[in-house]
Design a binder for this molecule. Structure first.
Ligand SMILES: [Zn+2]
Length: 458
């Protein structure tokens, strides 16, 4: 599967940033030189602007990593807000949308969704992918047709993707798959690994695509099937992601079945560690937090989804203090705005504790950039420094929301007041994916979203 970056307007070799977030500090007049998709040098205080350097007006930060995405959930936006209900009634709506997707329609929808992400400053997405097979559960001619549709979509939208191919085998503890879930399953972990091995080979050496592993949840993968998934991820040094304790009902069912919390169960099968990311981690015991922290397992918070689904507030700060790197995802895409995800981590904590100032703006920026990329298997991204991937995002500071920002407080202003609409430029591998608020590769992103979502519900 050849994956190359689509051709684009001529690539500048130098970018001159009015302000940039370098090494955790705001610097002025920063010259970023790029060669072969990587940053070759970063020099602060360069004036005047070199004649050939592209001027980036605003605050330039490393590209944002959206660590947890289910692209097709974007089709549900608004449609699930018309009635009360629970996570479980929302899931019925989500399954109804899933039943309509095939490789062509999913490629169309995901291209538009990833383009929306790019417009919001995202340069890498972690796509937690379990919509593997045909609606009745049969294999497509290429059993990875749906996965390839997602990588092609990211390529068309000009962002990097880590395809987190998800093992999903059961409808719950000792529960068969239902009719919709059948297409998620490979039957057992060995067949899941065979299919993912073909994907891994297809993208070996790709500059734009990583293949990672995922366990949907301890509900959806029986305990005897967890070790083969963990071993496959370890052998191939892949990221391993897992939904963890999003719902109290999952904890209760896991304790009843295994006399362990989901975190304790994952620990028992060797699934925790620095390549692993626990997504949500909402309802944790102190023992769970300690197990995640001491193993350096990352925690992905998705606060706009967690509040939309009335999941609860996860102990992000306690996890951070215990040793877990924290990162961010827009998950169900109730909205796609990583600034909103970042500030919600702090603001939710304020509501819970009635105290301010748990997280520094610089720590939240790091969660949205460097920590997120590390979780997705892109350790060379997420920093503005020589040798890093040339992925960066410029936030306009002259919009109605941010006008009047003092350079010294630019990081705090962006984290606590910027929106996705303030993203002016996005550069991936040294090329513009978004320029002056316009997507450089996908014209009419709203039109593409409307058409592809309309096709699902027609
Ligand atoms: Zn999820």
């Amino acid at each position: 599967m050849p994956v190359t970056f689509p051709e684009n307007p001529p690539t500048p070799k130098q970018f001159w940033c009015e302000l940039a977030w370098v090494g955790g500090e705001i610097k002025t007049k920063v010259l970023i030189e790029v060669a072969a998709g990587r940053i070759s040098s970063v020099t602060c205080g360069v004036k005047p602007r070199p004649q050939d350097a592209e001027k980036l007006t605003g605050l330039t930060i490393p590209g944002l990593a959206n660590v947890h995405s289910h692209a097709f959930h974007r089709a549900l936006r608004g449609r699930t807000q018309v009635e009360s209900g629970t996570f479980w009634t929302w899931r019925e709506r989500m399954y109804a949308a899933a039943a309509h997707l095939d490789p062509d329609s999913y490629r169309e929808l995901a291209t538009a969704v990833f383009a929306e992400m790019a417009l919001a400053g995202v340069t890498a997405v972690g796509e937690f992918h379990y919509l593997h097979h045909s609606p009745k559960g049969g294999l497509y001619q290429d059993p990875n047709a749906m996965g390839h549709a997602l990588t092609q979509a990211a390529q068309a939208a000009g962002i990097r993707i880590t395809l987190l191919d998800t093992c999903y085998l059961a409808g719950g503890f000792d529960t068969e798959l239902n009719d919709v879930q059948r297409r998620f399953s490979d039957g057992d972990a060995a067949r899941w690994a065979d299919r993912v091995e073909a994907l891994r080979k297809a993208y070996a050496g790709s500059d734009m695509v990583r293949v990672g592993a995922a366990v949907h949840s301890v509900r959806a993968v029986p305990v005897d099937q967890l070790p083969p998934v963990v071993a496959f991820a370890a052998e191939n040094e892949m990221p391993l992601h897992v939904h963890l304790s999003e719902q109290r009902a999952e904890n209760d069912a896991c304790l009843a079945r295994h006399h362990k919390t989901p975190t304790e169960l994952l620990h028992a099968v060797g699934a925790l560690g620095p390549r692993t990311t626990a997504v949500h981690a909402t309802h944790l015991s102190q023992m769970d937090i300690d197990l995640l922290g001491t193993s350096a397992t990352a925690v992905c918070m998705c606060p706009t989804t967690e509040r939309d689904l009335a999941d609860g507030i996860g102990p992000a700060h306690a996890a951070h203090l215990a040793g877990s790197p924290v990162n961010l995802g827009s998950d169900s895409h109730a909205m796609i705005d990583l600034f909103e995800e970042a500030r919600a981590v702090e603001l939710d904590e304020r509501l819970r504790t009635e105290r301010r100032g748990h997280w520094l703006a610089s720590e939240l920026l790091q969660a949205a950039t460097e920590s997120g990329h590390a979780s997705l298997g892109w350790p060379a991204a997420g920093r503005l420094e020589a040798g890093a991937l040339a992925d960066f995002t410029t936030i306009a500071l002259d919009t109605v929301r941010l006008a009047g920002v003092q350079p010294a407080h630019a990081a705090e202003s962006v984290i606590f007041a910027a929106t996705a609409a303030d993203v002016r430029h996005v550069v991936v591998a040294g090329r513009f994916t978004v320029r002056d608020h316009q997507h450089a590769l996908v014209s009419d992103v709203p039109g593409r979203l409307a058409a592809s979502i309309g096709a699902i519900f027609k």
